[in-house]
Structure formats: C-alpha cells, structure tokens
Ligand binder design. Structure first.
Ligand SMILES: Nc1ncnc2c1ncn2[C@@H]1O[C@H](COP(=O)(O)OP(=O)(O)OP(=O)(O)O)[C@@H](O)[C@H]1O
Ligand SMILES: [Mg+2]
Ligand SMILES: [Zn+2]
Length: 463
C-alpha cells in the first residue's frame, strides 16, 4: 500500500496551455490564464513512454542530416476526396501527419471525417476509423446517410491506446481517425480520460505512431465554450495541423478553418452545408452568405472579406437604438467586440454622430467569423444606416480598413473583391481611394473612391 502511494503524486495542470505545477496557483505562470489549474494524479509510470521514445531514437541513428541532403519528395499528399477539406489542408492529406479537428459538439466533425474516409476508401486508401464515443451501430447509421462504403474502411470501438497502437502496427492502415481524443486513455497514466495529462500523453503516442509508421492520423477534439475540459488548446502545439469547425449549429452551413498548418497556409476556409446525406461542399460561398438578405432594411451592408485566396461577400447587420438604462450595451457577433467599440468612437469623434447614448448590436449574418479589418467600412456604414434609420441601396457593397483618424485605408486584392461583387450582381462599390491605381477593370460597376469615413457617408447621400 505504502509503495503504491509513493508512486502516485498530485500535480496541477493548466487547462489552457498544459503548464505543470507542483502546487495550485490562481493564475497560470505560463499563459496568465486565471483559474485554469486542475488537479491530477499521475503515477510514476510515465517513464514507459520515455523509454519508448528512447527506443525510437535508437532506431533512427541517422537522425542528423545536412539540410541540403534531405529529399523534398517526402511530402506525399493524398486527396481526401473533399475539395474544401483539401483546400484547408493545403492540398490534401500529408502522409505521416497529425491533424486535429476541433469544434463544438454536434457541429459535424464525425460526419466530415467519415465522409472523407469513404471517399479515400473508394480511391484505394486503407482506413481505420476508431471511435471511443459511439457504438459500431451508431456509426453504421451515420454511414447509411452518407452512402456506400468500400471494403477499405474498417471500424473499431476502442479507447485503450495501447491496444490501438498494436492494431495499427498489425493492420498498417494509411489513414487513422481517432474520435475523439477525450475518450482515449493510456494505462500508464492514472488520471481519467479527458484530463490534461491523458490528452497530452495520448497525443504524444499518436504523434509517435504517425511519424514512426507514416500513417496520417486525424484526431477529433471537443471544445467547450469555456474551454474547461482539457481542451484541444493543450494539444494545438503538439500536432501538425489544427482545423476548427465553426458556424451556427442551427444554421445549415459550417465553416472549416485552418488555425495552424505545418504544411500550408492557414487562411483558407472550407464551406459546407449540412444536408440529410451529410456535408455538401458549397462552391460559391458568397451566394450562400447573402441568401435571404433583407432588402430595404436599415443597418444592413454587404462587405467583402478575403478568406485565403477567395473573396467572400458577407452581410453586416447593425442595430443602434437609444439606451434605456444608464450604460449603453454593445454586442458583436461574428467579429471583434473591441473593433466595434473603436469604430463607434471614430464615428463619434470624427463624424460627430452622437452614439454615446446608444446601444449597438452588430452581427455578421450566418455565423461566419470575420477578423479582416477590410470590413471596417462596412461596419461603419451599417451603424450609420441604423442610427439614421435609413436603408442603404441593396445593390451596394463597401470595404476598406478604417483608421483612428477616420481615414479609409487600402486593402489587399481590391480587384478580386470588386470582381466578386460584380459577379453577384452588385452595381456600386465603395472602396478606399488608394485603390484607384490597382483597380483597372471598372466597367459595368460604379466605383466610389473615398479617403475618409465622412467622405463615405457623403457618397451614400449622393447615391
Ligand atoms: N438525418 C439528418 N439530416 C440532417 N442533418 C443531420 C441528420 N442527422 C444528423 N444530422 C446533423 O449532424 C449533426 C451531428 O453530426 P456529427 O455527429 O458528425 O457531429 P460531431 O461534431 O461529431 O458531434 P459530437 O460532438 O457529438 O461527436 C447533428 O447536429 C445534425 O445537425
Ligand atoms: Mg462525433
Ligand atoms: Zn497556462
């Protein structure tokens, strides 16, 4: 009994960054998060994994190489069969890579991966789908919705990573899906599945499997709104690629966003629609985002955001009304709350709009999150329109970054944005004056060049 006691000790882990501390602290010294430390019991047995790392090292004595001698052909990609997923991954699934797919419960993580498995399986790729949260029957039911599967896709319900590793070694699949990392456990680690140390150690094991056996591994990770359960935050820095599935659970479409990618750019997004037969790719996201847009409503403006290489039109909605109780309420959904406050201060100070006693609510329609400053001008005009209770022309779009002195600053790829507006039938574009040179092709569309917020408002009045 006494010896067992000696072996286990209690440590504290930060839920946000995985920092380890021998005693509880209110604020994590590493990432400064408050109240993020959780207690966990670990046994001395973690050196099992240390030993195996040593073995791997011994296997690979040729580790050190001159950077020029390393062959470039190594990055071997296979198509996932889903264009939008390939796009976010940077051109397909890299063999031997570890990819984390995160997202809220029920957003469609399992569906997306099962669909990718089906298409890869049909293309001759050997797949092993391991679920720790659903029964084989449940997965079969989902598969029924999606379509017919080839023999290449194998299912397993298992949560013990030791067994999983053995099976992967034996069956040698090309792609493995782990659904989800929070249900997996290593016998050596004594804390419960889903705890920081379990999640961290399990991911370490999966990393070793992926690199050692050249298997592409997808890990599903749940995130709670508060990020309380040992969230994928801890593993973000361990894996090669992090994809997040976002979007309003009640809306039909979902957005897949690359947050980190060791093999490609991270600013591409994939757009999907949830249908009864699974997730369908959305080829023209702008059209989708603007669907059901109210015409002749005040406070609505269309703006354009570059998501990777694609311009996407979005609808910005603002509602400005007089405050009833003392302090004004401000709320922003789909974009940065502080940005809204800043832009309202600019309007107050530089244009003289008395917004100080107004509540303001801002919403990007459809649950997409936009962080590009190019939509600033759109936000400003939406607020002005709602404040004056005057609708803007429905055939107008506006984009440009707004600076603190009320100036409208240039944006990248102005040509591509204007082309997208034209393609979707817009007739008027309000753009930064600095874009005049970059913009060559302007027939069929009226362009208003503005250099400040007040000029933009003036341009509206003259339309
Ligand atoms: N017959 C159906 N028709 C349309 N949509 C469906 C149908 N059945 C399920 N769905 C959608 O699929 C979603 C569940 O997808 P999925 O199980 O892939 O999500 P998940 O992210 O893996 O969830 P979890 O966090 O529970 O693992 C549901 O929220 C629902 O919107
Ligand atoms: Mg699932
Ligand atoms: Zn921390």
């Amino acid at each position: 009994m006494a010896t067992a006691k000696n072996k286990t000790k209690t440590v504290f882990f930060c839920n946000e960054c995985g920092y380890e501390s021998p005693k509880w602290v209110g604020q994590c010294p590493a990432c400064r998060a408050w109240n993020s430390m959780v207690e966990e019991r670990i046994s001395g047995a973690t050196n099992a994994s240390i030993k195996s790392t040593k073995e791997v090292l011994a296997d690979k004595k040729q580790r050190i190489a001159c950077i020029n001698d390393i062959s470039l052909e190594e990055e071997n990609r296979i198509s996932s069969g889903i264009g939008e997923l390939d796009r976010v991954l940077g051109g397909g699934v890299v063999s031997g890579s570890l990819t984390l797919v995160g997202g809220d419960p029920g957003i469609g993580k399992s569906t997306l991966l099962l669909q990718a498995c089906r298409l890869m399986g049909n293309a001759g790729v050997k797949i092993l789908y391991i679920s720790g949260e659903e029964s084989l029957k449940q997965i079969r039911l989902r598969a029924e919705r999606i379509g017919e599967f080839s023999k290449n896709v194998e299912l397993m319900c298992e949560t013990d990573l030791g067994i999983i590793e053995e099976i992967i070694r034996e069956r040698k699949p090309d792609v493995v899906v782990i659904d989800s990392i929070q249900t997996m456990f290593l016998e050596d680690v004594s804390s419960a599945p889903g705890s920081v140390s379990q999640v961290r150690e399990s991911t370490g094991v999966l990393m070793r499997i992926a690199k050692g056996l050249d298997v592409s591994v997808f890990i599903v990770g749940h995130v709670t709104k508060e990020g309380t359960v040992a969230g994928p935050r801890v593993l973000e820095h361990m894996v090669d690629t992090v994809l997040y599935f976002e979007g309003d659970r009640h809306a039909a479409y979902r957005i897949l966003r690359g947050v980190k990618n060791r093999f490609g750019s991270t600013n591409e997004i994939g757009v999907f629609e949830m249908r009864s037969e699974g997730l369908a790719e959305v080829a023209n996201p702008s059209e989708f985002m603007l669907e059901g847009r109210p015409k002749d409503a005040s406070g609505c403006v269309v703006s354009c955001s570059m998501e990777g290489t694609r311009p996407i039109l979005i609808e910005i909605q603002a509602l400005v009304s007089r405050t009833n109780f003392g302090i004004p309420r401000r709320q922003a959904q789909g974009t940065d709350y502080n940005r809204l406050n800043l832009l309202m201060a600019v309007l107050e100070k530089r244009v003289g709009l008395s917004l100080g006693e107004c509540d303001a609510y801002l919403n990007i329609a459809g649950g997409i999150k936009v962080t590009e400053p190019a939509i600033d001008l759109g936000i400003v005009l939406a607020v002005v329109s709602s404040f004056r209770n005057k609708p803007l022309p429905a055939n107008m779009a506006a984009f440009g970054e707004v600076g603190l002195s009320g100036e409208v600053r240039s944006v990248s790829q102005i040509e591509g944005r204007v082309r997208e507006c034209k393609k979707l039938g817009f007739d008027i574009c309000i753009v930064p004056a600095t874009g005049k040179e970059a913009l060559k092709e302007t027939k069929d569309i009226k362009i208003c060049y503005v250099s400040s917020v007040s000029e933009a408002i003036q341009a509206l009045d003259e339309l």
